[in-house]
Write a protein that binds this ligand. Structure first.
Ligand SMILES: Cc1ncc(C[n+]2csc(CCOP(=O)(O)OP(=O)(O)O)c2C)c(N)n1
Ligand SMILES: [Mg+2]
Length: 804
């Protein structure tokens, strides 16, 4: 372990102390100036790290290359201390600059003080994560950083304990990394905090989380947040003892520069060496400007508290300490503080120019087009309005792109339509719009799914192969053989979840594989869906290939926030700089009872755009999706059909090799009268209905869409409708759920309405949850008779004489 830091150490390193002092001042100046920029209307919103400067400087001293951060919006000083952020970038974030070459964090998509460090290069290949200080991408929901933090720490455990992983030298330094977390005191009230701490204690992973305790969550004081008013007090039960590993707790004071340095030195060393999770409870923290630019803290803090905060401001305290110990004089400190102020002013000015200059150039080009128009016969009224729009635009002191585009589009409407000469203005305007709009739109509407060659959409499909000897086996066995092949092939592949390890999953598709591949690869976890997902996200960010297993689709709801806010937005919110190719394995659609039969697919597809959604009808398709997904780098969910584990399927000869492409529907039955579009478990029931309908002289084209996102990339359904001119969308979701989504895709996106001779229809489950027993199922979800009758009714309306 390292030696304790004492005053003489610090005295000897005067240069470092003064650099820290300058940085603390710079960070504070940025916070103060940032708030002013928002309040004077130059930026939309601001949240800052004032009051947390010293603790973050002390923490950053222990952060090494290869380590990971999962923090929140107070961490600007920490990021600056690590050299990952500077005063210029601070303003770029605040103004929302979208130019990716100057604004490295999110390309203007996320508001200020949300950080990230790329884990891939622009070509989609992994960076050397051991040679950089890593930060996962922040999100705003309180405690939302915790589940992912668990995974970032868990990766080090795998890299240390699984020797087969030590070949990946650019991903880890043999597991000697620490995952640093930060969270506000009030956010520890969230369930995620407790779920993560408990899981970290169970797993024994190098997770080091600092709680900045400023006593408030916006306006709500600690007495409403935390039992006994102290997070470290109530965490005591998690502390490890000699024979019972747990967590380790440290306490520090937010203004105590020397004490904090010492505390982190000791705490991080323990965490790094022994993989013991540590919590640093940082008390006596201040927030000098209040929560954010949305309000002022004078409304909820007492006079006394405000007085205390002024007295215990960490920067004033540091100054007192430096002078007291004789490390530097007041004059030296003031000079550095002035330098910091000057840097803040210069960066603010430079960033503002960088923000405004391209917008003004774009505006000037637009104004020039309008003023140089050749058309002289624009009718009076319209000419007035064109000039007025242009004049208004010129008056905007600090234009944003919206001003330019809104003006151009309105002018275009007002250009004289009859006069040939107006064509020049119209053409020029259209040209300007075309050139600039695509660029502006792309700033916000790109990087939802992997756009590099590593996209899963580039994986070459391979069909399952069969020979005369291919046996018929229960569906679970197809998965089993396939997983076996995958674990052989991909050393970085791990799967974990409830009952996943020892028994090989509730449906035994992994039976015996733990014994073969070890507990580090096929692993049981506690019942904690949110952190099972977070565990997967952290591993995926660090270059491993995790599959997070959620026992039933119904329980994905426990993890929906993590899926939606974190995983689904990782690539988007970093403007394409970070990937987390996590696969989520779950099972659903139909089994027994209200919470084991759900098919809430619209809940999923509407909240997880950014994640591919595969809904295979059988285990061969499910296996084929896993095989495809592992060859690409996108996050995806695979929903295995719950009632398909025992049903017989032919076992392909090329298990582990065949790859089912995403977004390509399969025509299950060719037909000419009507197109029936569906997915998942109900495909089997639809097949039954199709046979019954054939007996009544109705020829149904049955299409399994296979994946909901992406949806029918090549318009297979459109081609079918061109032939049948009628369509029914079928599933087990609520009315207006995924059937409505499919209808919108086919009618609006594909334009199939032009080919319809009958009104398009949907058939879904009832609004209520699926009821218990086979009768409950029969009356809750569409059955073969329902499908028969729904199709028959469409045919009857079309040809009443034939189908009575
Ligand atoms: C899930 C969620 N609920 C509410 C909010 C709104 N909110 C943002 S910050 C905050 C208070 C957080 O306080 P604390 O954790 O103590 O951090 P501090 O801001 O004091 O550093 C709240 C309620 C949110 N962002 N996310
Ligand atoms: Mg707080």
């Amino acid at each position: 372990m390292k030696q304790e830091t004492n005053v003489s150490d610090l005295k000897a390193d005067k240069k470092a102390v003064l650099a820290d002092w300058r940085l603390a001042n710079l960070s504070r100046d940025l916070s103060v100036t940032g708030r002013r920029e928002v309040l004077t209307g130059k930026a939309k919103f601001g949240i800052f790290g004032d009051g947390k400067e010293i603790v973050q400087i002390a923490m950053a001293k222990q952060f090494r290359d290869g380590d990971w951060r999962s923090g929140y919006y107070r961490d600007q000083t920490w990021m600056m201390a690590m050299g990952l952020y500077d005063s210029l970038e601070f303003f770029h974030q605040l103004y929302g600059i979208t130019d990716r070459s100057v604004h490295h964090g999110s390309g203007g998509r996320v508001f200020n003080n949300h950080f990230s460090v790329p884990n891939i290069d622009p070509d989609g290949t992994w960076r050397d994560l051991t040679k950089q200080k890593n930060s996962s991408a922040d999100i705003s929901p309180t405690a939302g950083q915790m589940p992912r933090l668990l995974g970032l720490a868990y990766a080090s455990k795998l890299f240390r304990q699984n020797k087969d992983l030590q070949q990946y030298k650019t991903l880890s330094l043999k597991g000697n990394e620490v995952a640093f977390g930060a969270i506000g005191d009030a956010s520890t009230s969230e369930g995620y905090f407790w779920e993560t701490i408990n899981a970290a204690g169970v797993l024994q992973v190098p997770l080091a989380v600092s709680v900045y305790d400023d006593g408030y969550g916006i306006s709500v004081p600690k007495k409403y947040q935390t039992t006994k008013g102290s997070i470290s007090e109530i965490l005591k039960g998690f502390e490890g003892t000699k024979n019972k590993p747990g967590i380790k707790i440290f306490r520090g004071k937010g203004w105590d520069y020397q004490g904090l340095i010492k505390m982190y030195e000791e705490g991080i060393a323990v965490c790094r060496e022994t993989h013991t999770p540590v919590v640093f409870h940082i008390e006596e923290v201040t927030q000098p400007q209040g929560h954010s630019t949305s309000g002022s803290h004078e409304r909820y803090k007492s006079e006394e508290r405000l007085k205390w905060e002024a007295e215990f401001d960490p920067i004033s305290k540091m100054r007192e300490w430096i002078i007291e110990t004789g490390i530097a004089t007041a004059g030296e400190l003031d000079k550095l503080a002035e330098e910091a102020e000057e840097e803040t002013r210069a960066s603010r000015k430079k960033s503002w120019e960088m923000f405004q200059s391209p917008i003004k150039i774009e505006r000037d080009a637009l104004v020039k087009i309008i003023s140089e128009r050749s058309c002289s016969c624009i009718d009076q009224y319209k000419e007035d309005s064109v000039d007025k729009f242009t004049e208004d635009l010129k008056q905007v002191v600090s234009p944003i792109r919206k001003d330019n585009f809104s003006t151009a589009r309105k002018i275009l409407r007002n250009v004289c339509q009859n006069c040939l000469k107006s064509d020049s203005l119209k053409d020029d305007l259209n040209g300007w719009l075309k050139r600039n709009f695509a660029d502006a739109e792309k700033s916000y509407d790109a990087f939802l799914y992997n756009e590099t060659p590593a996209s899963v959409m580039n994986v070459k499909p391979v069909p399952p192969e069969y020979s005369e000897n291919s046996p018929e086996v229960p569906g679970r066995q197809v998965l089993h053989e396939n997983f076996n092949a995958l674990f052989e092939r991909y050393p970085k592949l791990v799967i974990f979840g409830e009952d996943t390890g020892h028994i090989g999953g509730v449906n035994q598709a992994l039976e015996g594989l733990q014994k073969k591949f070890g507990e580090l690869r096929i692993t049981d976890t506690g019942i904690r869906e949110a952190t099972i997902l977070g565990q997967g996200i952290g591993l995926a960010l660090r270059g491993l290939r995790p599959i997070s297993e959620i026992q039933y689709l119904d329980y994905l709801m426990y993890a929906l926030q993590v899926l939606s806010d974190d995983l689904a937005t990782t690539y988007y919110r970093t403007a394409g700089r970070m990937i987390a190719p996590l696969i989520i394995r779950t099972r659903g659609h139909r089994l027994e009872g209200m919470w084991h039969s759900g098919s809430p697919m619209s809940m999923l597809i509407n909240s997880v755009r950014g994640i591919y959604v595969c809904s295979p009808r059988d285990m061969t398709r499910a296996a084929g999706f896993y095989n495809t997904l592992l060859e690409g780098n996108d996050p995806a969910i695979v929903i295995e059909p719950l009632n398909g584990y025992r049903l017989k399927e032919r076992l392909p000869d090329n298990t582990g090799d065949f790859k089912i492409p995403l977004g390509i529907p399969e025509i299950m039955n060719s037909g000419t009268d009507i197109t029936l579009v569906t997915y998942g478990s109900i495909v089997r029931i639809a097949m039954e209905a199709v046979k019954q309908l054939a007996a009544h002289d109705i020829s149904v084209e049955l299409i399994d869409v296979q994946t909901l996102v992406p949806f029918d990339k090549n318009g297979v359904i459109l081609e079918s409708v061109k032939k049948t001119n009628r369509i029914l969308f079928l599933d087990e979701d609520v009315p207006g759920g995924t059937t409505a989504y499919m209808m919108q895709e086919v009618m609006e996106t594909q334009g199939a309405w032009k080919y319809l001779d009958s009104s398009p229809k949907t058939l879904s489950a009832k609004e209520h949850r699926p009821a218990y027993t086979s009768d409950g199922d029969y009356f809750s979800k569409p059955n073969a008779e329902d499908i028969f009758e729904a199709v028959y009714a469409i045919m009857n309306e079309a040809q009443p004489a034939k189908y009575v």
